[in-house]
Design a binder for this molecule. Structure first.
Ligand code: PEP
Ligand code: MN
Length: 269
């Protein structure tokens, strides 16, 4: 164990970082929904995923894309933005489900916070310190997605940025990391290596809850159910899963989107 972690542990800082009794309860927390808000369909989707057993609806209104110019040529502007947030409001009202949605910039916290019950921080902003510092000043729970490059120290350090600001309602989301999955030539949508071992590793060091994302970490819908089960077996507190009524026609991340039947099977399995 490195000196920094050892030192924090000896001071009791890691394990005392969160008071699980007074902060947001992430235990057995099940989040699901499409990658993006695609239109008014999000209202019906919210009702459906609730029936599948979800505790919260996920969907991006602001959607960072890896290839923004190409996406825009295809008529997609990195999310429906303000219109997406309004639709999420309606979905929340209709279904009663809390909303998990991404905030990409500290200047957007107020606007997104008007509808978000939980801020999702995307992998691309994992070490956006000005964003993390502002989130520390909020009361809204934060789901911090691990950067695809994030080491264990960097994960704990990023959490610390939020915690020291006073916001203790955080969870770490593992969503796969850079690697060279040797099956990529067969399953071309596999972009990341599932980071399952980080679940017990974090559990040894901190009591910050861990939510697993089997959708981005696998990139392929047939792998989502087995990796969800593996994550729970490894000690994950909850799951965040991409599901869509017509998975192949999802605007973003179609290959990893699952249907309601599979979602229900995972959540009730
Ligand atoms: C997402 O959850 O849709 C997403 C963009 O995830 P990530 O930031 O992990 O790529
Ligand atoms: Mn996605």
């Amino acid at each position: 164990m490195n000196e920094y972690i050892k030192d924090l542990q000896e001071q009791g800082k890691l394990n005392l970082s969160i008071d699980l009794d007074t902060n947001f309860n992430w235990k057995h927390f099940k989040i699901a929904g499409p990658c993006s808000v695609e239109g008014p369909s999000i209202i019906e989707i919210a009702n459906e995923i609730k029936l599948c057993g979800a505790d919260a609806l996920r969907a991006g209104a602001y959607k960072p894309c890896t290839y923004p110019i190409l996406k825009e040529k295809n008529g997609w502007k990195e999310g429906l933005r303000k219109e997406g947030l309004e639709l999420l409001k309606l979905a929340k009202k209709e279904s009663g489900l809390p909303i998990v949605t991404e905030v990409m910039d500290p200047r957007m916290i107020e606007e997104v916070g008007d509808v978000a019950d939980i801020f999702q921080i995307g992998t691309r902003n994992f070490q956006n310190y000005s964003l993390l510092d502002e989130l520390g000043k909020c009361n809204t729970p934060v789901l911090l997605k691990r950067g695809t490059w994030g080491t264990i120290d960097e994960i704990l350090g990023a959490c610390e940025r939020i915690l020291v600001g006073g916001n203790k309602s955080i969870a770490i989301c593992l969503r796969g990391v850079v690697g060279m999955p040797s099956y990529r030539h067969v399953f071309s949508t596999v972009r990341w290596a599932p980071d399952l071992m980080m679940i017990p590793a974090l559990k040894e060091l901190t009591n910050i809850p861990v939510i697993y994302d089997p959708s981005h970490s696998t990139g392929y819908r047939n792998f989502v159910e087995p990796i969800s089960k593996a994550a729970i077996a490894a000690g994950a507190d909850g799951l965040i899963i991409e599901a869509h009524p017509d998975p192949d026609n999802s605007i973003s991340d179609p290959a990893q989107a699952i249907n309601y039947e599979t979602l229900k099977s995972i959540f009730n399995g």
